[in-house]
Unconditional design. Structure first.
Lengths: 211, 211
DNA sequence: CTCGGATGAGACATGAATGTCTCAAAGTGG
DNA sequence: CCACTTTGAGACATTCATGTCTCATCCGAG
């Protein structure tokens, strides 16, 4: 406590451990502390030194996830400009932390913590506002409520997080898959015989992986 | 054991208990057996008489979910006719059991059971085949892999299950929300200045609920 | 080299959930 | 009305994850 340099190094350690914890907890919420410690490459004793107990660890994982998602909303500047472009930016910013989001989606009602819940509500409200704005701009459909769009969007992010962890989806395909499906849907557009459809804004790989 | 009528009544009891268990477990996978028993309206002793233990109970809940989803695939006859129509039928058939699907999505990697995994693979393969067929029919987009479409579809079903349980989505809106978003996407089609957009296939309430 | 702090390994106690048991009460069919 | 079964309530032991502790080791700083 006397040497501030130590506390600085501790911070990075904590985040490293939390990231490792997510990898285990997002798949198996009931994982023992032994597994989490092993996944983080530390001993159970050190894990207990970093976090008072299991409850605190879970709480901080959730907090980290919410902070990351909030940061994604920030970097995507979702409150500015065209809603569609904002959403595309958000996907790109959020996909790297999809595992965190998967954890949040699985445990979001497990929290009794006010701080976590408040932070959660803020982010969901920002998402909600984005879709509402998009609807007002005439960008998003109005038959689907903004609340449902928020819900579904987060479900897809979380689903991608799980799929990546289980090896069912390549990380490089994640952002494209979410964006295209969420914005355009699964249905193919056959407006005209010639296909001037969505003008492939980036030459993404269109391979169909067969697991 | 001498009276077959008793065993018959047991079967219905088991399913009743399992349904109650889903309501608790899909939200809180770590719920105690006490809560599950209370939710089912029986005592913990009877719960133990119906299921040898917690593991067996979880297993049977998963099995029930898979059977229900398989039944939905059956009633929707997903292997026949137009893929889009088949998918719409599937949504209608699967939404009532969305809670089961939510449980499956949350615990699908928690199973070491071969029977469960085999059943799971079969259903996923049927989904995959549906999307593959739709792509060959020119109905579904080919930029998105059939595997991803299967994944995302199940994610949305599960998400709806959670949202309904938490009261964030009205059950009557569930099928419409999934179908429209998954097939059509969130983006509004502005083919012409005049808006002859999707001719509101049913006068659903388009209110934007504010939680 | 020596010291201070951090870490890992392990022992230990604790508490909670689970599994098993008995017994009294209630319901059902004869 | 009686016999049988099922159920609920509770006590009880057991298992296991958690939380706390000590001690030996390692590493960097001075």
């Amino acid at each position: 406590m006397s040497h501030p340099s130590y506390t600085c190094r501790m911070a990075t350690d904590r985040d490293t451990v939390l990231e490792a914890a997510v990898g285990v907890l997002s798949r198996r919420p009931t994982a023992h502390l032994d597994e989490i410690a092993r996944a983080a490459g530390i001993s159970r004793a050190t894990l207990h030194r970093l976090f008072p107990g299991r409850e605190a660890l879970i709480r901080e994982v959730g907090l980290l996830g919410l902070q990351r998602f909030a940061a994604a909303l920030d970097t995507a500047v979702v409150e500015d400009g065209d809603a569609e472009a904002a959403l595309r930016r958000l996907v790109d910013a959020a996909v790297p932390d999809a595992a965190l989001c998967a954890f949040l989606a699985g445990e979001n009602q497990l929290y009794d913590d006010d701080h976590v819940n408040a932070l959660w509500d803020v982010q969901i409200d920002r998402l909600h506002a984005l879709f509402l704005r998009g609807q007002q701009q005439g960008v998003f459909r109005i038959e689907l409520s903004a609340a449902w769009l928020s819900e579904a969007f987060f479900d897809l992010i979380a689903g991608v997080g799980w799929a990546i962890q289980d090896g069912r989806l390549a990380p490089r395909d994640a952002a494209f898959s979410i964006t295209e499906l969420f914005l355009g849907g699964a249905l193919r557009r056959h407006a005209a015989p010639n296909p001037p459809q969505s003008t492939a804004r980036s030459a993404r790989t269109t391979e169909t992986d067969t697991p």
